[in-house]
Design a protein around this ligand. Structure first.
Ligand code: SF4
Ligand code: ZN
Length: 313
């Protein structure tokens, strides 16, 4: 016997385990959109008249975010521009980039593309090649994450964006929370919230409209709207500690469907006692925001440039 929607008698399309509900396509769409818009409005993430750069990677999360924001841009009164960073990961990123270009065009959103190669002089693949020769002082995801964040901010500034929207969902937040707990990094833990304030004139404030929705809910929404992207995985995921944590959390969530929501609620209690972040300083190399004298991106670039001179590609 087919299961019915908990709100009407239509066949259920999605099962919300944490809420012990089944929803038909229409009611799931309403639930999902209401939750995201409540996050945006309730947390004052976006204001009328703002120009919003939306980070798109070509994955389902970021395409779903762009789709939903473009659907609601009139209601929210914001202007969107999609921002795509190509790290240069062969067999992976070019396929995602292709999907992103297709959807951005279909939805009529302006697109800005920026690549590691053009801005830093090397692709992530090339950086990993020399990192291996230099005994892997940094993991690929560290290089990728630091440099991508740097470029997202730099490009958002160039675009004159008031906000930078990223597609981090509830699962992402819980994974990062667990990573910070394992590293006993309370400051980093407090820094990761649904939105950040402007702590430097060159730092575009980030917002995460999908903060309160699960990855599987984003996947379901994408599926219902025919948002498809190549099913490929980054080859460097094997080096990622976060990937291990993700798998472990998903296993635990099979037994305890509300666990991730509880962890996120617990996080908000933990960070209450932490001092708010101080204003950022300015990197003496590039002039961008930095916690220390030299920003992490410039430190990494200096290290990688040194390795590239020792081990030319
Ligand atoms: Fe970058 Fe790591 Fe994600 Fe690959 S898995 S895209 S290297 S952060
Ligand atoms: Zn710098």
């Amino acid at each position: 016997m087919s299961v019915c929607c908990s709100l009407c008698r239509k066949p259920a399309a999605v099962r919300l385990l944490h809420a012990r509900m089944h929803l038909c396509a229409k009611h799931f769409e309403e639930y999902f959109e209401r939750r995201v818009l409540w996050t945006i409005k309730g947390m004052r993430m976006l204001e009328q008249g703002e120009r919003v750069a939306v980070a798109v990677s070509g994955g389902k999360d970021s395409l779903t975010l762009l789709f939903l924001l473009s659907k609601c841009s009139h209601y929210l009164g914001v202007e969107l521009v999609a921002l795509l960073i190509d790290e240069g990961i062969r067999g992976y990123r070019e396929l995602k980039v292709e999907a992103a270009r297709r959807y951005v065009k279909e939805w009529g959103v302006e697109l800005k593309e920026v690549s590691f190669k053009e801005r830093f002089g090397f692709t992530l693949d090339e950086a990993v090649e020399v990192l291996v020769k230099g005994s892997m002082k940094y993991k690929p995801c560290t290089v990728c994450g630091v440099l991508r964040r740097y470029l997202l901010n730099e490009a958002a500034l160039e675009l004159g964006a008031d906000k930078l929207a990223t597609a981090h969902n509830l699962d992402d937040e819980v994974q990062v929370f667990m990573m910070n707990v394992l590293q006993s990094n309370l400051v980093a833990l407090a820094r990761e919230g649904a939105s950040a304030r402007r702590t430097h004139e060159k730092l575009v404030p980030r917002v995460k409209p999908l903060y309160f929705v699960l990855e599987r809910e984003v996947m379901a929404y994408a599926l219902l709207h025919g948002i498809e992207t190549p099913d490929v995985e980054c080859p460097y995921i094997v080096y990622s500690t976060r990937h291990l944590i993700r798998r472990w959390l998903n296993r635990v969530a099979q037994e305890d469907a509300r666990m991730k929501h509880r962890v996120l609620a617990f996080k908000s209690i933990v960070v209450k006692g932490v001092e708010p972040e101080e204003e950022f300083g300015t990197c003496k190399v590039c002039g961008m925001p930095s916690a220390g004298e030299v920003c992490r991106a410039c430190q990494l670039r200096e290290y990688l440039d040194g390795l590239l001179q020792l081990h030319p590609l």
